[in-house]
Design a protein around this ligand. Sequence first.
Ligand code: FES
Ligand SMILES: [Fe+2]
Length: 400
Amino acid sequence: MGKTERIFETKLHSDTPEMGDSPLPVEPYVSKEFFEKERESIFKRAWLEVARVEELPNPGDYITVDVEVLKASIILVRGQDNEVRAFHNICTHRGNKVARENQGNARGFTCGFHGWAFGLDGNLEFMAGEEYFTGDINKCDIGLIPMTLDTWKGFIFVHAMDEPPQSLGDYLGGMGTQLDPFPHEECERIARYSGTPRVNWKVAIDAFQEAFHAITVHRESLPGSAASALNPGAALTSARFYGPHRSLSAWLNMEYMPPDIGLMVGKYGPAFVTSHEDYPGVNPNRDDSWWFDINVIFPNFFCDVGPGWYFTYNFWPVSENETRWVMDIYQLKAKDAGALLAQEHTKVLLRDAVLEDFSTLEDTQQMMESGALKNILASDLEIAIRHQMYVVNQWLEQTA
Ligand code: FES
Ligand SMILES: [Fe+2]
């Protein structure tokens, strides 16, 4: 039987690695042993996005971030000198957590166990029982343990290594350059959604880096906008690979007009779209039927951008079959009532769409764990899934 002819072709750009076209093994999605290798070879060796600087506007503001895959709790804090620093949330006396709230404003951190007190800069300022500690202990050496931190466009990244092999800028490479013009700094967070599905982190990410599923999974929330007779597989308009990172432009059916409330019609266009004018940092290949860009910063951070809005996902692996997921939605301040309505619509529409995405995750994981299926098949519509597996294996091999 001959193959059906393709109607729509994704344009591939930049340094596409040799990813092959063979089936992808299921084992990396279910194996505890593989997960432990990923912890060591990927998550302990990659820059990880943890927050935005706007979450810490004033000196003394802090948040704690659990990074389960590093088995760490991290304090991010803005010092009196306005510097944002990262510390392990661990008392250097006997290991208790020093910050127990998720966020706040503090003059320092006092451990609840025996009362040692640390400044915002991490220095040990009060050592209860100091006179009873014998041995060669220098107070200057037992401040909070710093974690490597850098920022890019207001995104705070940490690194588990004291001396990362690459600077954050070098690590982001072309992915950073593509996104540099986008006005992230001018947007404000308007929603946060989160959940912890029983799913491997790569299965979860895979569901968000292809549009092939849109016509089925999103038939309720996004009917007709992501696929049509012109592009029945919802093939991406273009895709770029920047080392471990990837950027995909989603196709939009420009003829589609949503049937509900007329607010998305006319100059605001279909769902998500607030303007079709040129916009900095988006649609790098100037695709005609462009919807939005899916930007995956390896290993677990998405920064998807559209005209005047962006949203992020962090996929935090907890174990080989559990992942904590956080979505933040950011938008420019609306200039008029129509734009405001479009933004509000986007906010609830995205909530519904991601709930639909979640509907497949645990079933897929559970069935992969049955052992019945040894390999999965990834088409050219799912090139990002192939790229992710290619990069994961590359990183594991580099440190083998
Ligand atoms: S463990 Fe923190 S003061 Fe003792
Ligand atoms: Fe989806």
